[in-house]
Design a protein around this ligand. Structure first.
Ligand code: AGP
Length: 611
């Protein structure tokens, strides 16, 4: 899950590549580097963030019209200058950058060592590069041909860009599993892991498919498969605005994206939800309504925050559609050899649409005949393209590593799907259906209200920022919200936090409770309310510090809690769209109070494109 950028054209390549790397830095920030073609090959690379690379090349010769750049999330070999990309081949003539993992690199490395090769890094990438150069040398073939031969031996995921000092205007690229987008300009081409580095130069892009090789020159883009057959590039128009990928005056993308939610939830509902007419229009659902209403079972497959959205959707789909739902961690579902029967529907949930665990789980399920419905944010992403049908969450580019607006977008889409399928099946009565449509329409406004005054949440964050552990508790629809709150705090503040169904406490975890442990209760007014009140009393009885997310107007929970974050009242099915937001902000403010770079927390990356 590194960031890859390439440019060939008439502009100075270095500034284009550097800016692109900064846009992709949320994909990995362990080291960064560039390779430029100008009277030979110049490679500059540095451990740390892109800014450290930028400082390290001041005064260096950076003039070139063709180059490649990389920002790294370390897999093979710790973050360091020598493990940073680009890597140079043994001859020094070829440079390569790579996003992915070459699983059989040790056997290839041994073959090369037996031939006398030595390696300057611990990476699988340098092994693949020298393997390609070895084939080129021994077969007296072109770099493109050598790459094709080498890739037939490779096991794993890759997006790679190569440049050769003997071919000064050409970039050769290949992908399998890791994303690659090529931007088409006039007399220039841009290559990147996603569209964010490209959108300010051109809206015309090609999403490269698995097992494709691209030969890119300023005036030429050729796509071929591994069989050396030409493929016709499918040019698509980007619908991203530059402003969407800028901070827009906010200190961090995470805060901007939290505050964008009234708009992004509205964008997700717009053109789909018509509460006055009592209709929900979703093309992907309509054209597959039979498969969805007749589903014997729905299996939600996802990772991280998207998995939490799946858990909430389990409650919603079972309540409104009366269809049995299972929620699977994609990585476990992939290797568990799950039972998939005809009539099963897989709902794949992913912000990036590129998460390798989810992708490979879907490929496996698809081979077994499952119908795949994708709920994805990134337009044109791999999961979107491999799904049989789907619905975009329209949250716009999400740059902050901690997912926020994409999560509420996923909840909005999954709720509309359940309402539409339940109504078609007749498992929801007319009055309830219309009431939920009306209330869903009011959510963006309620989020706006909620975000109008968050100073209380900032105060609570500063009060508990030095805690070593947190517990997050909820029941029913709010249980997965508690899990999401705990994940956000872990990601952004590095404080250990666990989410639990509140009633589960008595079966062990309550032993952790004392006056030093903050316990966050997601305790909005719902059908579990009476039960959660007693759970709060159990924690208070052990002098635990209770921070509660409570419904406006509630007098009971606030009377018991040490600190309260209020949310507008809403039907329990829709409440997670509101109750998660104070938890997003709590983690943000704790992270800020601890001086953490909340947009790029340590050891994480936005899109996990390796298994
Ligand atoms: C959430 O804040 C994390 N960034 C992470 O858990 C994320 O949700 C997970 O990697 C899944 O990503 P996806 O939605 O892009 O598939």
């Amino acid at each position: 899950m590194c960031g890859i950028v390439g440019y060939t054209g008439k502009r100075e390549a270095y500034p284009v590549i550097l800016k692109g790397l900064k846009r992709l830095e949320y994909r990995g920030y362990d080291s960064a580097g560039v390779a430029l073609l100008n009277n030979g090959l110049k490679v500059y690379k540095k451990k740390g963030k892109v800014a450290e690379l930028e400082d390290s090349v001041v005064g260096k010769d950076l003039h070139a019209f063709t180059g490649i750049g990389h920002t790294r999330w370390a897999t093979h070999g710790e973050p360091s200058d020598r493990n940073a990309h680009p890597h140079s081949s043994a001859s020094g003539n070829i440079a390569m950058i790579h996003n992915g993992i070459i699983e059989n690199y040790t056997s290839i490395k041994q073959e090369l060592i037996n031939k006398g090769y030595t390696f300057t890094s611990d990476t699988d990438t340098e092994v693949l590069l020298n393997f390609i150069e070895d084939i080129k040398k021994n077969n007296e073939s072109s770099l493109e041909e050598a790459l094709r031969i080498a890739l037939k031996r490779v096991v794993g995921a890759y997006c790679i860009l190569l440049i050769d000092k003997d071919d000064p205007e050409t970039i050769i690229a290949a992908r399998k599993g890791s994303p690659l987008v090529i931007g088409i300009g006039k007399g220039e081409h841009f290559l990147a892991s996603d569209a964010t580095p490209i959108v300010e130069y051109t809206k015309e892009v090609v999403y490269v498919n698995d097992y494709e090789i691209a030969i890119v020159k300023p005036d030429q883009l050729i796509l071929k498969n591994l069989g050396n057959e030409k493929q016709t590039p499918f040019i698509q128009k980007l619908d991203i605005e530059l402003a969407k990928i800028e901070k827009g005056g906010y200190d961090h993308f995470m805060l901007k994206e939290i505050y964008e939610q009234p708009e992004t939830i509205h964008d997700c509902l717009r053109g789909r939800l018509n509460s006055a007419a009592g209709t929900i229009t979703m093309g992907g659902v309509e054209s597959n309504l039979q498969a969805l209403t007749d589903a014997n079972r729905i299996v939600m497959v996802a990772c991280g925050t998207s998995w939490h959205a799946g858990l909430i959707a389990e409650y919603i789909f079972e309540e409104l559609c009366r269809i049995p739902v299972e929620v699977e961690y994609a990585s476990e579902f992939r290797y568990r050899n799950p039972v998939i029967n005809k009539g099963d529907v897989i709902i794949a949930i992913s912000q990036s649409g590129e998460t390798a665990d989810t992708l490979v789980a879907l490929e496996n399920a698809k081979e077994k005949g499952a119908f795949i419905f994708g709920v994805v944010n990134a337009v044109g992403s791999s999961i979107a393209r491999m799904s049989n049908a789907g619905a975009y969450t329209h949250a716009g580019p999400e740059i902050g590593v901690a997912s926020t607006k994409a999560f509420t977008g996923q909840l909005a889409v999954l709720t509309m799907m359940a309402l539409k399928i339940g109504y078609a099946k007749g498992t929801i009565d007319e009055r309830r259906y219309m009431q939920l449509l009306r209330e869903l329409d009011e959510i963006p406004e309620k989020v706006k209200q909620l975000l109008q005054n968050t100073s209380n949440i900032e105060k609570i964050a500063n009060k508990y920022k030095d805690a070593e552990d947190f517990l997050y508790l909820g029941r029913g629809y709010n249980f997965p919200v508690a899990l999401e709150g705990a994940l956000k705090l872990k990601e952004i503040s590095y404080i250990h936090a666990e989410g639990y169904p509140a009633a589960e406490m008595k079966h062990g975890p309550i032993a952790l409770v004392d006056e030093n442990l903050p316990v966050v209760f997601v305790a909005t007014k719902d059908s579990y309310y009476e039960k959660i009140v007693s759970n709060v009393q159990e924690i208070k009885a052990r002098r635990g510090k209770v921070i509660a997310v409570a419904s406006e107007g509630d007098k009971v929970i606030p009377g018991m809690a040490d600190d309260v974050m209020y949310v507008p009242d809403a039907d329990e099915i829709l409440a997670p769209l509101l109750s998660v937001i104070p938890l997003q902000l709590l983690s943000y403010y704790v992270g800020i109070a601890k001086g953490i770079d909340v947009d790029k927390p340590r050891n994480l990356a936005k899109s996990v494109t390796v298994e």
